[in-house]
Design a protein around this ligand. Structure first.
Ligand code: ATP
Ligand code: MG
Length: 424
């Protein structure tokens, strides 16, 4: 037998049994962004490598070691997008959507990072994200957080996620802080792990979210970014907190939260869960007022977040919530005997015309009564419609419930539509 080819490690198939949950989630995402008036943007999966280097930052996990980068046939360096923000800004600049305008956008789709695959961490994964341009005030920071809180509420997982919040200040404040932090780290070089020592000069803020316990202990005595913020940054942060308090969104200030991408300023946040082990961040984002300019556009304030769909799916599965997933098939139509086959196919079409919400599967492939009923059962349909010679002759069908003990009923063909409509 020929050897079977397997999927790429860390790249998952979403199988038919899993799709209803994905569709449910995607439906909740769409209805929520629409409730806030956001518009969808779809960008290509492949972009110029430079786009990500210039936006995410050279000294970040993503750019240093996670990108799928390749040369195309023209010798251009291309990269499978590792996240959605850079592409959104690129498209916004290119099509003149950002300058002097307000845009509330959302996107959803696959992202690619060459990481070590494990639960909640894959090489192809899916993100849903929102990006808002042209509004620099904290009310919009609060809005994207309210939008995310509403997602949890609609999915029934509000009790299982918590919001962590921090502010990174503006570039000048951060740079003053960076100097102070590097000074502190230099004095305690011997207590740093290898990663932190390497990052100390290239990207010292990333030392703050080091996973190393020794480094974390050391950081208790490190200078705090909050002390380096100017009045405007402080004001922005306290207004945001006020708004969140006013709408009843609880949060925890986490001064160590710096995020892995370079482009953030002021507000940063993560929604985290303790139900997924170490891959606990389900949604992350913040303000990035400098990025549009950095990518060649006119300075435009911006804020957004990205959510990992796989982690939400895992969380929903772990919590075993009753999500009321729609059935794939409602009605299965069978035909007993050659004469009935064409009539049954026509009948199924009549039902689809009359009841567009109903999912009607027609039996194909022939076979006896037992085989057809078995197929009907396997389809998951709630009821099977049986058209045999006798029914055909009398302009009737038999309607047999498959998921409960109710009796089979004989229904006139003329009344079948209203009969089925009455069931749902
Ligand atoms: P992490 O700390 O888990 O590596 P990150 O800071 O790299 O996350 P972002 O780039 O901010 O994550 O992406 C936002 C969200 O996308 C994450 O919070 C997570 O839910 C999801 N995500 C990121 N990388 C992966 C991945 N490799 N597999 C699955 N989901 C991912
Ligand atoms: Mg990561």
């Amino acid at each position: 037998m020929a050897k079977q080819i397997q999927a790429i490690r860390g790249m998952n198939d979403i199988l038919p049994t899993q799709s209803p949950l994905w569709q449910k989630l995607e439906g909740v995402l769409r209805s929520t962004v629409s409730a806030y008036g956001y518009s969808e943007i779809r960008t290509p999966i492949v972009e110029s490598t430079d786009l990500f280097k210039r936006s995410i930052g050279e000294v970040t996990d993503i750019v240093e070691k996670e990108m799928y980068t390749f040369e195309d046939r023209n010798g251009d360096s291309l990269t499978l997008r590792p996240e959605g923000t850079a592409s959104t800004v690129r498209a916004g600049n290119e099509h003149g959507l950002l300058y002097n305008q307000e845009q509330r956008l959302w996107y959803m789709g696959p992202m690619f990072r060459h990481e070590r695959p494990q639960k909640g961490r894959y090489r192809q994964f899916h993100q849903f994200g929102v990006e808002v341009y042209g509004i620099g005030t904290p009310d919009i920071d609060a809005e994207v957080l309210m939008l995310s809180a509403r997602l949890w509420q609609k999915l029934g997982i509000s009790e299982h996620v918590t919001l962590e919040l921090n502010t990174l200040g503006d570039p000048a404040e951060r740079s003053a802080y960076r100097d102070a932090l590097v000074g502190f780290l230099e004095q305690h070089k011997d207590r740093l792990d290898e990663d932190s020592r390497r990052r100390m000069y290239s990207n010292p803020l990333r030392v703050l979210d080091s996973k190393d316990a020794g480094v974390q202990a050391l950081l208790a005595d490190a200078p705090a970014l909050m002390d380096y913020l100017g009045e405007e940054s402080r004001g922005h942060f306290s207004q945001l907190r006020e708004l969140l308090d006013a709408v009843g969104i609880q949060y925890k200030i986490n001064p160590r939260l710096v995020r892995g991408l370079d482009y953030y300023n002021r507000t940063v946040f993560e929604w985290v869960t303790t139900s997924l082990g170490s891959q606990g961040t389900v949604l992350a984002g913040g303000r990035y007022d400098g990025l549009v300019g950095q990518l060649g556009g006119k300075d435009t304030p911006a804020v957004g977040f990205a959510m990992g769909l796989e982690r939400i799916v895992l969380l929903l599965e772990t919590l075993e919530l009753n999500l009321d997933l729609p059935a794939e098939v409602d009605v299965y139509v069978t035909a007993m005997g050659d004469n009935c086959r064409i009539e049954a196919i026509k009948l199924a079409e009549v039902l689809r015309d009359a009841l567009p919400e109903l999912s009607v599967m027609s039996h194909c492939g022939g076979g006896n009564f037992k085989k057809q009923i078995k197929r009907a059962d396997k389809s998951g349909a709630a009821i099977v419609i049986i058209l045999g010679e006798d029914e055909l002759a009398n302009n009737r069908v038999a309607v047999k419930p498959l998921r409960n003990d109710s009796e089979q009923q004989i229904v006139s063909r003329d009344e079948l539509v209203s009969f089925l409509a009455g069931l749902s």
